[in-house]
Each structure stands twice: as structure tokens, then as C-alpha cells.
Design a protein around this ligand. Structure first.
Ligand code: PRP
Ligand code: URA
Length: 209
């Protein structure tokens, strides 16, 4: 699929399989999500632009590669996005953070917004939107609609699992936003859950039901 990168690294796939198991505890699920976020973060930031800076090593002066431009923004789609966010901030500690509070209405599957806070200069920064699940894509589309409304133009979307239906809807709605995921599963069930999936990511992360 165009614009979609499936991160098939063996460590990602192994950890994801453990997360999918219904007997995996809340503590293990959270730990694995954090570990996977480091590996996914490596892929989603792979082609960041570099510039050079003159530095002095103990031996001599050199032009050393450094990241170009303003600090990037991680935009976490609450709640479950925070599971990816924590690891990503270990990887890029100077990143800025946006929070987009959305929940899926259980009957309509529409995304309902309840919170939004982001740096004011989104237009000057790369914005990496993070949410473990891309199911119908209603939440991801709504989050990115909002970030674009607030000026973001350079956006990537990072998730753990995607449904083919969600990927298709998402890439139609936001063809300019590349998607990174660890898996594209079989499809959605009648309640909008990803199959075989891993269940409700937020509930599994926080032990709610
Ligand atoms: C989950 C998930 C996504 C959304 C995906 O969140 O974290 O945000 O569902 O589904 P969609 O693609 O069909 O919109 P949920 O609404 O359950 O909220 P939570 O993270 O607070 O549990
Ligand atoms: N949200 C989840 O947390 N899991 C799904 O399977 C679909 C949406």
C-alpha cells in the first residue's frame, strides 16, 4: 500500500505477538508497548533531515551531523497514544508534545473530542501522531484534521496495529500523511474492533474495562 510502512523487524513482531495474547498482564502489556515504541520510533524518524555543526572532538575539529530544524512534535491521541509517547520521548527527549483527547462513541464509532493542547507553531515542525490502533480510522482522521486546522503541514502517523479498512479510509482522507505500523491485520469485526487484533488498547494498558 502506498504511503504505508509495515515495520517487520523480528523484535517488533515478537513483542507484538506477546502483547496480543489475552493472558498478557497489564504490566507486561505496558512494558512491551514502551519497548516497541523505541523500535517503531527508529523507523518513523529514519529519514529526518540532517545538517552539520562544527564541533571539536578531543582530537580535532569536525563537521558533525545534527538534526535540522525545530524540535519535532509527538502528538499523542489519548488515552492509548501515551503508551507509545513515553518510549518515543526517551528516544527524542527534546521533542515537544501535543495531546489530542478523543474517544470512540461505542454505538456510532465516531470520534468525540474532549481535549486538545499543542505547541502554537505546529506549522514549523514535523508532527508525529501516535496511537496504537487504527481501526475505522475515525480517531486518526479527526486528530489530524484538528492538527492541520491548527497549522500542521508536515505530519506522520505511527500506530501498532491497523485494519485494512482503516488504512484505506485514512490514506484517502490524508494522502499526504505517511503511515507506519507493525501490522495490518485481517479486518474489523461488526463492533469496529481489529481482528485478530489485541482487544481494547487503552483498557489493556491501564487495566480498565
Ligand atoms: C482507541 C484507540 C484509537 C481508537 C481507534 O481509543 O486508541 O484512538 O480507539 O479506533 P478508530 O480507528 O475506529 O477510531 P478509544 O476510543 O478506545 O479511547 P481510549 O484510548 O481512551 O481507550
Ligand atoms: N480500538 C482499540 O483499542 N482496539 C480495537 O481493536 C479497535 C479500536
Amino acid at each position: 500500500m502506498q504511503g504505508v510502512t509495515v515495520v517487520d523487524h523480528p523484535l517488533v513482531q515478537h513483542k507484538l505477538s506477546i502483547m496480543r495474547k489475552k493472558e498478557t498482564s497489564t504490566a507486561s502489556f505496558r512494558r512491551l508497548l514502551r519497548e516497541i515504541s523505541l523500535l517503531l520510533g527508529y523507523e518513523v524518524t529514519r529519514n529526518l533531515e540532517l545538517t552539520t555543526e562544527k564541533i571539536n572532538t578531543p582530537m580535532e575539529e569536525m563537521d558533525a551531523p545534527t538534526l535540522e530544524g525545530k524540535k519535532l512534535v509527538f502528538a499523542s491521541v489519548l488515552r492509548a497514544g501515551n503508551g507509545l509517547l513515553e518510549g518515543l520521548l526517551d528516544l527524542v527527549p527534546a521533542a515537544r508534545v501535543a495531546h489530542v483527547g478523543l474517544y470512540r462513541d461505542h454505538d456510532t464509532l465516531e470520534a468525540v473530542e474532549y481535549f486538545f493542547k499543542a505547541p502554537s507553531d505546529l506549522g514549523d515542525r514535523l508532527v508525529i501522531v501516535v496511537d496504537p490502533m487504527l481501526a475505522t480510522a475515525n480517531s486518526a482522521i479527526a486528530a489530524i484534521d484538528k492538527l492541520k486546522e491548527r497549522g500542521a503541514t508536515n505530519i506522520r502517523f505511527l500506530c501498532l496495529l491497523a485494519a485494512p479498512e482503516g488504512v484505506e479510509r485514512f490514506t484517502k482522507a490524508h494522502p499526504d500523511v505517511p503511515v507506519f505500523t507493525a501490522s495490518i491485520d485481517r479486518g474489523l469485526n461488526e463492533k469496529g474492533y481489529i481482528m485478530p487484533g489485541l482487544g481494547d488498547a487503552g483498557d489493556r494498558m491501564y487495566g480498565t474495562k
